[in-house]
Design a protein. Sequence first.
Length: 270
Amino acid sequence: MKTIKIIGIWFLAFLVTLGAAVFQRMTGPTYPFKETVELNEKEYRLKLPRSLETGGKSFIELPVSDEKVSGTISYRIYPTNEPFCIDTLEHAGKGLVALLPEQKAAGKIEYKIELTDGNTSYESPFLLLRYKNPVPAGWLVPHITLMFLAMLLAVAAGLMAAFNYGKYSRTFLWGGILLFLGGFVFGPAVQKFAFGEFWTGVPFGWDLTDNKTLLVMLVFIFVLFKNYKKPSRIWTLIAVLALLLVYSIPHSVLGSELDPKTGEITQGLK
């Protein structure tokens, strides 16, 4: 019976953690915009990027091989009031390709795609495309893994505290340790590789990803101190709920943004 209970707690913790991670990622401003369109009696699943890496050829490729379908791309550097450049999409390989001027890390381009088969037309909303430098897998994979495991352990600790079962204070402690390693050791390194800055949260900026990680860490430290003196189910639950609330904020909101006039990296609204 005990084994079934603990397996149930960890399984539920895994589902909650996975759901929170997927929600955060898919609602973020760098997640690709996806839409299904029908042109010339064929259905196409479009995937318009909102994040690209520097150092390579900057282009957008659409899986539209029908030669009867043509299109244009309208774009400009963001944030500026410059007039939009309008280029024709070219058929290349198995789809339509749009070439874009590559930007530096944290630079952004505002763009939209228009397609037509002569009778039916499609126009995408305006999207923001942000550039970042490549991040070595040796830093990115541990960062993502540690942040996922930190949330998993924290949620499990919260469920243990809620059901008053298991060593929730010890599980919460390990969740806090992994949160520190993922958010304050590997996280800044990933940010440095991607955008050239270790930390753009308080007191240096308003990067929401950095700031929400800092806020959660402070809450964890406070509750760890409480649990060290005397394990508290209520405070453990409060910390876990704070974690889920803060991490429901989409990833990369108020993220790094290059000012095209000054060349400085600031925090953008999108």
